[in-house]
Design a protein around this ligand. Structure first.
Ligand code: HEC
Length: 153
């Protein structure tokens, strides 16, 4: 008799625990699924808005081409103006972080006072808020110089 009572009691507790487990699973699922969707939306929006601004590379690089090849093409074949438009304009057209704008004669006269070679060297090695070669280390020195020539003329 006592054994039977125990079994009944035991099964009742087991059943109650099983129901509780399922209830918790359902609850947890309903609590987490929706914010998860939202988080993903926010994450991609954050990635979109915090992209580095010098990352904008508008050259036509075939998707299958390996980056170093494309970069070599960019540094060998682009004219000063093309390099400027693709790499430097992002900062210099808008004067980002006081980057001297093209055609700003007084700003350029001041900088050119130390000699064009020093200006080339700063464009190649970086100065203040400006990264070396405008952030495109793959550019040849000659390409950067050509872009400087385009910028200061
Ligand atoms: C990330 C923004 C940015 C990019 C991209 C950029 N520059 Fe600059 N550049 C600056 C800033 C800011 C300065 C002013 C730095 C200072 O004097 O503190 C500057 C200054 C210069 C100067 C003046 C150097 C001197 O001796 O006074 C030259 C020349 C120049 N940039 C050329 C270029 C060329 C060429 C490119 C593209 C290959 C380029 N920049 C890309 C931000 C940028």
């Amino acid at each position: 008799m006592e054994d039977k009572q125990f079994t009944t009691y035991f099964l009742a507790v087991l059943g109650a625990l099983a129901v509780l487990t399922i209830a918790i699973l359902v609850l947890a699922n309903s609590l987490t699924s929706e914010p998860d969707e939202m988080d993903r939306g926010i994450a991609s929006a954050v990635i979109e808005r915090t992209k580095p601004m010098a990352d904008v590379y508008v050259g036509s690089v075939p998707a299958a081409t390996k980056a170093p090849v494309a970069m070599k093409v960019a540094s060998v074949e682009l004219s000063g103006e093309e390099v400027y438009q693709q790499v430097c304009a992002a900062c210099h057209n808008a004067g980002v972080m006081n980057a001297p704008k093209p055609g700003d004669k007084s700003a350029w006269d001041q900088r050119l006072a130390k000699g064009i070679e020093a200006v080339y060297a700063n464009a190649i090695g970086g100065i203040g808020g400006m990264p070396a070669k405008g952030g495109r280390a793959d550019l040849s020195d000659a390409a950067v110089k050509a872009a400087v020539d385009h910028l200061v003329k």
